[in-house]
Structure formats: C-alpha cells, structure tokens
Write a protein that binds this ligand. Structure first.
Ligand SMILES: Cc1cc2nc3c(=O)[nH]c(=O)nc-3n(C[C@H](O)[C@H](O)[C@H](O)COP(=O)(O)OP(=O)(O)OC[C@H]3O[C@@H](n4cnc5c(N)ncnc54)[C@H](O)[C@@H]3O)c2cc1C
Length: 463
C-alpha cells in the first residue's frame, strides 16, 4: 500500500482523561465509571513497545467503564498507550489506514472526514484509542449492517506474553480473532491497520421521532434497521405505567452530496465538567425530570435535518469528564444483549424486572445488534442491546446479579467493556465460547503473565 503519511507527528488533541496521569510510579487508576479504583504502576512513553516489556496489561484512554483497563491490585506495571499516538500511513485511494495503538479516534475523525473517509464503526464517544477499539471489538449504531470494528481490521502488530513482537492477521494467527474483543488479555497492541469507509459527504442526514412506549420502541427499532444504517433509541426506564420505556428513536445515514451543506462541519471544543459533585448531588427525581423534558421537547412530529457527525455520534462528548456528576461513588453500566426476535416477551419482561428491582437507570440506550462477528468473545449477537447507566450504591451488586440471572436464562450476554460487577459463574454461563478463547490465550501465554483486574474478577486469573 502507498504510504502517503509516514510517521507524521500531529499534536495530541486529547488529554488522557484517566484520573491518574503519572508515569512510572504508583498511582490510583480507574475506568470511566470511577469504580473500582486500583493502585498500579502506570507508564507512558512514545515507545509503546518498550513499556510493554514487563507490563501485565496495556490501557488506552480509560473509557471502559469498570475494571477492564485496570491491572490486578498490587502495584503491577501497566502500559498506557496515550503517547504512542502517531498516524503511520493513510492511502487516500483505498482508505486503508495504519496507526499506533494509542491514536485517538477523535484525531482520526478530524483527519479523515475532510478527505472523504470515516471510521467504519464508532462507539458513542470519540475519546477512545484505536487499540481500545480493537481490544473491546467495539460496536456502533450500525452493528446490524457493519458488524464490530474488528470486521474492518486487516492486521495488527502486538507484543505477546513471551516478549515477541508479531504481525497478526486473520490468515496467519488464531490470535487475531482471540484479540478482537479479548480485552487486552492476549497481548499488547502496538499498531493497527484497518479499512475506512468511503463517505458521500461529511454530513449526516438524521431523522428522529418520539416512541410512546416500549412495545413501539421494539417494533420501530427493528423496522428502522431494515432501512437505515444507523439506529439508536434513548429510552426512559425510570418512567412507569403505560409510558414505560418510551424513547426518542434516532435514525441516520451519510448525507448525499446534493443534500449536504457546502462547507465542512466545524468540530466543537467541548468544555470540561469542572468539579466532582458530591455523591448525593444527582438524584433519581432529577433524572426523571430531565428525561421528561428531553422527550417532550422533541415534540410529536418526525424531525428531519442535516447534522454534524459529532452531534449524531457523540452527544455525550458535549461535556468532557461528565462522569464527575456521579461523584465519588461512581457508576456502572450494565450492557446486555437479549436475543432476537424483538417481539419475544423476554424484552418486555426485562423492563418489568428493572422496575421490580427499582433499578436506578439514569440513562439507557437501546440498540439493534446484528450477527456475531470474528471476535472469539466479542459482545454482540443478533438481538437487542440494553445499555443502562446505574449509580453505584449498596444495592448495585444485587441488581446486577438479578439482571444477569435473567440474561443467562434468556440466552443473552453482557459487555465486558462496561462491566464491574458480573460474577464469574454468570459470565461462564452466558458464553459457551469462553473455553475456545481460553485455549488460544493459554497457548500464547501459558504462564498467565497478562492479566487485568477484570480477568481476576471474572475469568478466574490468579492475581
Ligand atoms: C460515553 C461512552 C460511550 C461508549 N459507547 C460505546 C459504544 O457505543 N460501543 C462500544 O462498543 N463501546 C462503547 N464504549 C466503550 C468504549 O468504546 C470501550 O471501552 C473502548 O475499549 C475504550 O477505549 P480506550 O482507548 O478508552 O480503552 P481503555 O478503556 O483504556 O481499555 C479498554 C480495554 O482495551 C484494552 N486495551 C486498550 N489499549 C490496548 C492496547 N494498546 N493493547 C491491548 N489492549 C488494549 C484494555 O486493556 C482494556 O481491556 C463507550 C464508552 C463511553 C465512556
């Protein structure tokens, strides 16, 4: 491939939002949910290969909610990729790009959009690294048509547990599929090469509508997925009665050139939430009012407009470090996929269970998932995904346990990138693919050198 941009250094636009920013000394580390907090010896360097030599794990911008990006307790060495953030190659004709693993999606978007290309799959925030996107095998609003990010990855360079550095693709190594969604437990990603998507214009055509209850949400989400590449529902799971689960449905596609404004979209400079609020500051009644206003403000008519991709894909990035509103207690996200069909009664039962548990679901995003992809333990499978933000209190473990009982019974599974509370027996029961993945993992790391707080908690690794 023609290397048009070789080792070009561009200034970093993204600050590492992880609570700890020290290099090479013991610091407190946390994920986006600010729970749990673990002490670790975090090292940062432009030379990622160097700092991964004796690290148990590599982490990126710490946007996984729970403990996936944390080393096991006990001051273990963990490599941070955030300074290894160079764009290594980009072919403007084919859209093939190669980056260092710490390259942030935000910079990729700003670079590629004016050139007529965009990432084929994006999560709901652009403050993530490409390494993190591979390790979690992230999915987006287009999973039903594009699959996970891993479907678009051509190869990566990684340091494996015995210290060797290998170039890995789907033909030469079983490690490739084990690494997609493998949460950093198969090796340290150093460089990633993937295929971008050609876009007709840099703008998004969006349609949105109110859905008055959960039955309509399931019905319309499925219908919309047949026509639209990007679909998502922002549901209200705090409201009860006949309006329970009501939502705003957003549908989108890239605008055609004749629909798009002449200029390029201007990227915003988002302010940072200035302080950590006290844990009691955000209350359920406030979220009820917020959800109500958000829903009613939209109005009953279908809205159609052209929007900035940033507005469409990353509404939560409008304020940086918004996780501070949850205070010291932190929050978790329980994201589960329940199998299709959408009409199955399990979906209504799930909503009822949330109400019975009086779960404080402050924010909930409902999405369609398409078929399973290449990743050996990647999260999505055909069905409906429910991502529920829940502030942490004494009842959280019990809520997660009860939700997971249900997910197991219904043949669903949870997303490790969001998790902080799932028990090993639940995860094992959810994922029959685990043994196959463990086999590949152990083949490459027989001594169990690579590990995380999550792998100790959920997968039974020795701390
Ligand atoms: C607001 C918000 C919205 C989100 N929306 C979505 C969504 O729509 N879809 C979705 O799929 N996810 C979503 N996520 C989750 C997020 O995309 C993933 O957790 C992603 O992995 C975060 O990337 P990161 O660079 O912050 O990685 P980190 O959080 O730092 O790490 C995540 C995992 O990747 C591993 N990892 C990171 N870098 C490397 C590397 N170089 N080598 C090996 N392993 C590595 C870590 O060990 C860890 O297991 C969202 C998160 C937030 C905060």
């Amino acid at each position: 491939m023609a290397h048009e941009t070789k080792k070009k250094f561009t200034p970093r636009l993204v600050k590492n939002a992880a609570p700890a920013k020290a290099s090479g000394r013991s610091v407190e580390l946390a994920g986006w949910g600010r729970y749990p907090i673990v002490r670790g010896n975090e090292r940062q360097s432009e030379d990622l290969a160097d700092i991964t030599r004796d690290a148990v794990l590599t982490r990126g911008l710490a946007r996984a909610y729970g403990d996936a990006s944390l080393p096991p307790a006990g001051d273990r060495n963990v490599a941070s990729s955030v300074l290894a953030d160079r764009l290594l190659a980009f072919n403007r004709n084919t859209g093939i790009v190669r980056v260092e693993a710490g390259f942030p999606l935000m910079r990729l978007n700003r670079f590629s959009l004016p050139r007529g290309w965009f990432t084929p799959v994006t999560p709901g925030t652009h403050f993530v690294t490409v390494g993190g996107m591979v390790a979690a095998d992230i999915h987006g609003k287009n999973h039903h048509v594009a699959g996970c990010f891993g479907e678009h990855v051509r190869s990566f360079k990684m340091r494996v547990a015995d210290g060797a550095i290998i170039e890995c693709n789907d033909e030469n190594h079983d490690l490739f599929r084990a690494t997609l969604g493998g949460m950093g437990l198969t090796g340290h990603l150093l460089e990633v090469e993937f295929q971008m998507e050609r876009i007709p214009s840099p703008w998004i055509w969006e349609e949105s509508e109110q859905l008055p209850n959960f039955e309509t949400v399931l019905e319309r989400l499925e219908d919309a997925g047949r026509e639209w590449p990007f679909t998502v529902c922002w549901s209200d799971f705090l409201v009860t009665g006949s309006n329970a689960g009501r939502a705003l449905l957003m549908k989108g596609r890239w605008a055609k050139p004749e629909e798009a404004p002449a200029g390029l979209p201007q990227w915003r400079s988002a302010p940072t939430f200035p302080i950590q609020l006290p844990s009691w500051a955000l209350q359920t009644w406030m979220m009820r009012i917020g959800n109500f206003l958000n829903y009613t403000k939209h109005g009953a008519a279908v809205r159609r407009h052209i929007v900035h991709p940033e507005t469409f894909y990353y509404p939560l990035d409008v304020i940086r470090e918004w996780n501070r509103v949850y205070g010291k207690r932190g929050f978790t996200q329980h994201q589960a996929v329940l199998p299709a069909p959408h009409t199955h009664r399990r979906h209504e039962q799930y909503l009822r269970l949330l109400h019975d548990l009086r779960a404080k679901v402050f924010l909930s995003v409902v999405k369609d998932c398409g078929d399973e992809g290449k990743g050996m333990i990647s999260f999505p499978k055909r069905g409906v995904s429910y991502a529920l933000d829940i502030p942490i209190d004494q009842g959280t473990q019990q809520v997660v346990d009860r939700l997971n009982d249900f997910v197991v019974a219904e043949g669903g599974r949870i997303y490790l990138a969001k998790d902080a509370f799932t028990r090993p027996e639940h995860f094992r029961a959810m994922d029959p693919r685990l043994d196959g993945w463990n086999e590949v993992r152990r083949k490459w790391d027989p001594e169990g050198r690579l590990k995380s707080a999550l792998s100790v908690r959920v997968l039974g690794d020795r701390a």
